[in-house]
Design a protein around this ligand. Structure first.
Ligand code: XMP
Length: 513
C-alpha cells in the first residue's frame, strides 16, 4: 500500500507551489498526493482506506476568499478529525470559514519577511523567536475564530500563524515549501511527524513489482518502449515482475536517431527485457506522403503508431497493457488540465488503444520525474538512458519542416548526429536540455569547391530548460558552433548553410513543428 505509514493530501487551490508542497512531503519519506480542493469528505474517507490519510495541507492560490467564484472547501472537511495545515490562501480560507475576519488587499507582503513567533508549538515547535519566511499575499487574517490563538505575527500581518487550541488545525500565511523560508522544512516536518504522526519510510522505489505480479499473474503483458526514461523504467520494472511474459515493443517508425533501434534492443535485452523491434518504416512514410501540416503529421504518426502497436499486442496475445505514465501526466490530464493546447503531443506513455485489455497498469503513476530517475538508477539502467535528452514521439519527422521524405530524414539524421557528437565532445551535454538539428525546408545559395551550389539550410537548436515549459537558447561557445557548422557542410553534401536558432521559449517552442 502506497501510504501504509501515513499519507498527506495536498488540496489544490491552484497555487504555483502546489506540486512543491507534495514534493517536500515526499522528500521526508512520507507519501503525498494532490487532490482537487473541493474533494468531498466521502472521497477523503475513501482515500483514507487506501492511503491512510493522516493529514491535509491546503495549498495557496491566486484567489481572495471574497471573490464570488473563489475555490472553497466543503466545511465538513474540517470536522473529519484529520489534522489540517492551511498555507497562504488555505490559511485565510480556514479562518474565514470558521468565522474569523480576513482583511482585503490592503497590506500586501511579497518576498522575504521576518515573523515573530509568540508561541513555538505544533508546526512552529523548536523555532526561534524571529524567523525568515517567504510571503506572497495581499489579503490578511486579522481576527480569529473562537477557540483559535495566534502563534506568530509580522509587521503587516497580525495573524501570520494560528492554531485551533482544541483541534490539530494550523495556518501559516507564508510558504514553508519554498527554500526562501529558512526553516520551512522544519515547519513541514513538525506538521507531518509531530502533528499528524506520520512515520517516514516511503520511497519512490517502494513501488510495485509486487503489484504488477499480483495483477498479471500468469498472464501476458505488453508495453510500448521508446527508450525514453519513463517507458524504459516501466519496462524494466515490469520485466522483473513478469520475465518473458512481458513483451516490450519498440516501433521503429523510421524517424529515430542514428543507431537508436539497435541501442535500445541491445541495452534492454542485457537487462532481461524481452524486446520486439518492429520495422514499420515504409508504412509510416507512405502515410505521410504529400502531408506538410505539422499537426496533421503528428496526428498521422500517432494514429499509425497505435495501429502497429495494437497489431503486435494482438499477435502476442497480451491481456495486460503496461504504460509509463508518470504523476504529472496524470495530474495535468485530469483536474489540472490546462485549456491551452500549443501542439498535440504524441506520447508513448499515455497510449489510447481500442484493444480491450483486462487491465492497464501504470507502475510509475505516482512518481515525479526525478523520482523515476531514482528508481531507474536503482534498477541499474545505464546513465545514458537515465539522463537522456527528451526526444519527441514523432521523432525526426517533426524536425523536417514540410513534407517528409526518406532523403530528408537521412539529412537531418546525419546533422543531428554531428550536433550531438560535438556537444558531447565539448563537454556541454550535462548543462543542456536538448540539442538537435532541423531541416528548415529553405534552400540557399552557397559555394562548394569552385562552383555555386544551391542547397539545404540546417538550423541548429540547443536549449537550456528545467521542465520544458520555458527554455532559453544556449550560449554555447562559438568554437563548438563553428565545428558543428563546418562538419555539417563538409559531411552532408546537400547542405550549403547552417544557422543557429537564437529564440527563447516562449515565444518559440523548443521543436520547430
Ligand atoms: P515544445 O516543442 O512544445 O516541446 O516546446 C516541449 C518538450 O516536449 C518534447 N516534445 C514531445 N515529447 N511527444 C513527446 O513525448 C511529442 O509529440 C513531443 N513533441 C515535443 C520536446 O522535445 C521538448 O522537450
Amino acid at each position: 500500500m502506497m501510504g501504509r505509514l501515513g499519507t498527506v493530501l495536498v488540496l489544490d487551490f491552484g497555487g504555483q507551489y502546489c506540486h512543491l508542497i507534495a514534493r517536500r512531503v515526499r522528500e521526508q519519506g512520507v507519501y503525498s498526493e494532490i487532490v482537487p480542493c473541493d474533494i468531498s469528505p466521502d472521497d477523503v474517507e475513501k482515500m483514507n482506506e487506501k492511503f491512510n490519510v493522516k493529514g491535509m495541507i491546503l495549498s495557496g492560490g491566486p484567489s481572495s476568499v471574497y471573490e464570488e467564484d473563489a475555490p472553497k472547501i466543503d466545511p465538513k472537511i474540517l470536522d473529519l478529525g484529520i489534522p489540517l495545515l492551511g498555507l497562504c490562501y488555505g490559511h485565510q480560507l480556514i479562518a474565514y470559514i470558521l468565522g474569523g475576519k480576513v482583511l482585503k488587499g490592503t497590506r500586501r507582503e511579497y518576498g522575504t519577511t521576518y515573523i515573530t513567533i509568540v508561541k513555538p508549538v505544533g508546526v512552529l515547535k523548536g523555532l526561534g523567536p524571529k524567523e525568515k519566511v517567504w510571503m506572497s499575499h495581499s489579503d490578511t487574517v486579522y481576527s480569529l475564530p473562537d477557540g483559535f490563538e495566534v502563534l506568530a505575527y509580522s509587521e503587516a500581518c497580525p495573524v501570520a500563524a494560528y492554531r485551533d487550541v482544541n483541534r490539530s488545525i494550523y495556518g501559516l500565511q507564508w510558504h514553508p515549501e519554498v527554500t526562501h523560508t529558512e526553516h520551512g522544512v522544519e515547519m513541514l516536518r513538525n506538521f507531518i511527524f509531530e502533528v499528524c504522526g506520520c512515520q517516514p519510510g516511503w520511497s519512490p522505489s517502494s513501488v510495485v513489482e509486487d503489484e504488477i505480479r499480483k495483477t498479471v499473474g500468469e498472464g501476458k503483458a505488453v508495453i510500448a518502449l521508446s527508450g525514453g526514461i519513463d517507458s524504459s523504467t516501466a519496462a524494466v520494472l515490469a520485466a522483473r515482475a513478469l520475465g518473458k511474459n512481458l513483451t516490450a515493443v519498440f516501433v521503429d517508425h523510421g524517424f529515430m536517431r542514428k543507431g537508436e533501434g539497435e541501442y535500445v534492443k541491445r541495452t534492454f535485452e542485457e537487462m532481461g527485457v524481452n524486446v520486439l523491434v518492429v520495422n514499420a518504416q515504409e508504412r509510416f512514410m507512405k502515410r505521410l506522403k504529400g502531408v506538410t501540416d505539422p499537426e496533421e503529421k503528428r496526428r498521422i504518426i500517432g494514429r499509425e503508431f497505435i495501429k502497429v502497436f495494437e497489431e503486435i499486442a494482438e499477435k502476442v496475445g497480451s491481456e495486460y497493457l503496461i504504460q509509463g505514465t508518470i504523476y504529472p501526466d496524470r495530474i495535468e490530464s485530469g483536474f489540472r488540465r490546462r485549456s491551452e493546447k500549443i501542439k498535440s503531443h504524441h506520447n508513448v506513455a499515455g497510449l489510447p488503444t481500442r484493444i480491450k485489455f483486462k487491465a492497464i497498469i501504470e507502475p510509475l503513476r505516482d512518481l515525479y520525474k526525478d523520482e523515476v530517475r531514482e528508481v531507474a538508477r536503482k534498477l541499474g539502467l545505464p546513465e545514458e538512458i537515465v539522463c537522456r535528452q527528451p526526444f519527441p514521439g514523432p521523432g525526426l519527422a517533426v524536425r523536417v519542416v514540410g513534407e517528409v521524405t526518406p532523403e530528408k530524414v537521412e539529412i537531418v539524421r546525419k546533422a543531428d548526429r554531428i550536433v550531438a557528437e560535438e556537444i558531447e565532445r565539448g563537454g556541454l551535454k550535462d548543462e543542456l536540455w536538448q540539442y538537435f538539428a532541423v531541416l528548415t525546408g529553405v534552400k540557399s545559395t552557397g559555394v562548394k569547391g569552385d562552383s555555386r551550389a544551391y542547397g539545404d539550410v540546417i538550423a541548429v537548436r540547443i536549449v537550456e530548460s528545467r521542465e520544458a515549459m520555458t527554455a532559453s537558447f544556449a550560449k554555447v561557445p562559438y568554437e563548438v558552433l563553428e565545428r558543428i557548422s563546418t562538419r555539417i557542410t563538409n559531411e552532408i553534401p546537400e547542405v550549403t548553410r547552417v544557422v543557429y536558432d537564437i529564440t527563447h521559449k516562449p515565444p518559440a517552442t523548443i521543436e520547430w513543428e
